[in-house]
Design a protein around this ligand. Structure first.
Ligand code: 5AD
Ligand code: SF4
Length: 499
């Protein structure tokens, strides 16, 4: 059952259904026990639910919107939906904040510093609103799904015009209409995940590379992570809708797609009427004419041999895997609720390396998790020394309200956390450079995306996801070209276009 919570500035409107469901008139706080009770409800696929009230279709004529996005690829892709919806209402895009009639901030909740950046931004926007009360300002994304944030917005940010959650994007035309007619803060957040809406449009940032959602939400509940609470339970998109989207992208000239999900290897596990898994989806997509297929994120559990076989045997599936390890200590992995040991990870890593030719592997690592001793941290460094990742995203643990880890005693000092992050980054950079050095004098395939403003060089990514620069003609943009590498840095390759 879905609960639609619509709050209004100064008063909170609730209805019987909310009281029945939540037992209170407040939005549901992220709650591990409640969230884990959610089970495998049947997900409804709705194909007509995005629409625009007739009086809103031309509301944006002569009006400009500005959107700022924080966080992961999922948020970037959600913003592509918000843009398309606004353009369906006749708004045009501006990159100039001061020229905007409508401003939307798409937020991230994963770490405290993501929160802080958004609240900093809101401070700046408050002044804009003061000088020009006609500007409409809204907030959406993961922070909108957090009770603590909603409470704060009511207390201190009532000057905002509207707030909507991650499940409510397709309702934006109605939310905006309500905010305009009421002239009050409108908050529409569903505390439980929505159905799958299949007719949401996207205004894609690139003409060559596209994100394709294959699933929403996450059922893993790693103890540090807020995502299962703000994005809801796992709901996989039906394969036919994904295939249709891929075919449309091919027709529109796209060269590369990235399949998006919090844990793509568990794609399809929530289907109750068919046996169809991520390897099946990869197989079907690889049979199309798309040049490049990527996917994020694949976790170390459920990474099947069938998946490895499919990746190995299909040239259009890129040899690049993002495989978050999080820690090199089994004690910490257990506390994090990750379902593998260091040994399991190493075995999988080596299996992928030995089966998929020239594969590059990146990872995510958190330092300073509660209980992480110097010995635990040394185990993480030892693991990096053993596996020599191509790249890693590294983070200091950030306690999140409502997650299981918040109850653990945070016994690592701030100085220690900073020092560990510094040590880890030094090692990660060393191997990033060493891995790049293997590319010297090699010829690689690069999908050219744009001209770099600073250097005038063309830039794009290799099959193994290495950022590459080369001289070339603007007509190369959108093409896959051969580049011979003659210089490497820690984060990029440089070369000459090979004809
Ligand atoms: N603190 C620090 N890092 C986190 N991540 C997720 N939650 C937290 C947190 N509370 C990191 C994990 C994950 C990546 C997307 O963000 O490494 O893989
Ligand atoms: Fe968070 Fe773990 Fe789900 Fe990734 S798999 S989104 S880290 S809970």
């Amino acid at each position: 059952m879905l609960v639609n919570l619509t709050f209004y500035y100064g008063k909170i409107l609730t209805c019987a259904i909310i009281l029945m469901f939540l037992g209170s008139d407040k939005m549901q706080k992220p709650n591990m026990i409640e969230a884990q009770k959610r089970g495998h409800l049947k997900t409804k696929v709705l194909t007509n639910d995005y629409n625009i009230p007739s009086d809103m279709q031309s509301y944006g004529v002569n009006k400009k919107y500005y959107i700022e996005t924080y966080g992961c690829q999922m948020n970037v892709h959600d913003s592509e939906a918000v843009k398309a919806i606004l353009e369906d209402m006749s708004f045009t895009n501006t990159k100039d904040l001061s020229a905007a009639d409508l401003i939307i901030i798409n937020t991230c909740a994963i770490r405290e510093n993501a929160h802080n950046k958004v609240f900093g931004k809101l401070g700046q926007l408050k002044n804009l609103k003061k000088n020009n009360p006609n500007i409409m300002i809204g907030l959406c994304g993961c922070m909108a799904q957090e009770e603590v944030v909603i409470d704060l917005l009511f207390k201190k940010y009532q000057w905002l015009d509207f707030v909507f959650g991650t499940h409510n994007i397709y309702k934006l035309p109605f939310i905006l209409k309500e905010a305009i007619t009421k002239g009050e803060l409108v908050v529409e957040v569903w505390s439980k995940e929505g159905n799958i809406i299949e007719n949401i449009p996207f205004k894609r940032d690139s003409n060559y590379k596209a994100w394709v959602n294959i699933m929403y939400g996450c059922d893993n509940f790693c103890t540090y992570c807020i995502v299962p609470y703000v994005r809801g339970r796992q709901r996989s998109r039906r394969p036919n809708y994904i295939m249709d989207e891929v075919q449309e992208l091919i027709k529109a000239g796209y060269k590369e797609i990235t399949l998006l999900g919090q844990n793509v290897n568990s794609y399809g596990r929530d289907f109750i009427d068919q046996n169809y898994d991520f390897a099946d989806l990869l197989t079907d997509i690889s049979k199309t004419d798309i040049d490049r297929i990527r996917f994020v994120t694949s976790n170390p559990w459920d990474f099947t041999d069938k998946m490895i076989e499919v990746i190995k045997n299909n040239k259009n599936i890129m040899p690049y895997i993002h495989l978050p390890i999080q820690s090199g200590s089994n004690k910490i992995l257990k506390l994090m609720g990750r379902r593998y040991t260091k040994e399991d990870y190493i075995e999988l890593f080596n299996k992928i390396k030995s089966n998929i030719k020239n594969v590059s592997i990146s990872t995510d690592i958190i330092v300073g998790f509660p209980g992480e001793t110097e010995e635990d941290f040394q185990e993480t460094l030892a693991l990096v020394n053993e596996l020599k990742f191509d790249f890693a995203f590294t983070f200091v643990y950030s306690p999140r309200e409502g997650t299981a880890a918040i109850k653990l005693k945070d016994n690592v000092s701030e100085d220690e956390k900073k020092e560990r992050l510094y040590q880890l980054n030094k090692l990660i950079n060393k191997y990033a450079l060493a891995n790049n050095q293997k590319y010297l004098l090699q010829t690689v395939k690069v999908l050219i995306e744009k001209q770099d403003v600073k250097t005038g060089l063309l830039t794009g990514y290799t099959e193994t996801n290495k950022l590459t620069y080369c001289k070339g003609d603007l007509s190369d943009i959108g093409k896959i070209v051969l580049v011979q590498i003659n210089k490497v840095k820690t984060w990029s390759l440089y070369g000459e276009r090979n004809f």
